[in-house]
Design a binder for this molecule. Sequence first.
Ligand code: ZN
Length: 406
Amino acid sequence: MPETLIPVDLTIAPADQPVPLHNRWHPEIPPVVSVRPGAVFRVECLDWTGGQIGNNDSANDVRDVDLLQVHYLSGPIRVEGAEPGDLLVVDILDIGPLPGAQWGFNGIFARENGGGFLTDYFPEARKAIFEFEGIYARSRHLPGVRFAGIPHPGLIGTAPSQQLLDRWNRRERELIARDPERVPPLALPPDPASALLGQVKGAAFDRIAREAARTVPGRENGGNCDIKNLSRGSRIYLPVFVPGANLSLGDLHFSQGDGEITFCGAIEMAGFVDLHVDVIKGGMNKYPNANPIFEPGPVEPRYTRYLVFEGISVTENDQQTYLDAHVAYRRACLNAIDYLQQFGYTAEQAYMILGTAPVEGRISGIVDIPNAVCTLYVPMEIFEFDIRPSADGPRVEDRGQLAATT
Ligand code: ZN
């Protein structure tokens, strides 16, 4: 087992961890460990909320979650010799849950506190707890479903330069200004409340907390990319913006459907990641690219039979949009949710299956004016019953329900 450079302790608060964590992006958050190119090491991570969600049957914790705390990240990890303009090569050698914590959660956030892709349809908090049986996940809140996990870090990235951070803050503030009172908000500006900045101390803390970017969206540094296929054996090429690269990661997922549509989002877990790092000198010039480049690994569940749901870029009110893939993906998800309800699932349960199981989302057509076509590939093997249309179906059964608020 590689040396654990960043351990976490699930019994103590995020702010008191043995190696300081952080939950914002800023170039001045100092590295907590330093490694050489070629190093192999283990990093442990809290779940993205820092333990705010419990293994129980109430969604009150999802309703009341403090989203200003997210995401708790392990790092920054300084890579010796990495300089701005290089590419950092990060191999995910292994990843999994922590011993003694073989469970994870998915939540539907309340509209007033986080929301999600389909928050207009699902405005109330709900939760499902998943138990891990080796490579498999099943949930007492989703009977009839069991699938192999495809564990991955939802969030991995390098620290931004001050110049890049300033660009993020400018453009995201411009977006917020279009509709500052919107619920949920259009974007999340820097907010010192609940900011955790690793080893930043003293007078600098307030300034950095006011400038530091929230970790919610993916950006040029990688960050919260939520690519479900970045599992064991994946390689990620991250741009380097500060000396040492300052790599951070967290938001580990046991499994996720494309789009992470419930926002809380995948099967969220605390866990470990074994990493190998290397540096390509001058790589950002040799392979110009505004964002990271990803190379998914060879280890994935082998699901081969899918029922595919289609969505077109026409709104629920039969309003025609022009090639709007966001609308088309929403319609594909809503079609799949309607369909799965015919077997006895609640709409919320179906929403959650799409967010957690290895569901493939695709833009199938983006040129045939005026309709974008998005498709959702639901693996049929994850269900313990046949979900295909048939002459004597669908077989309706009581399939329980998600944890609700009390
Ligand atoms: Zn996540």
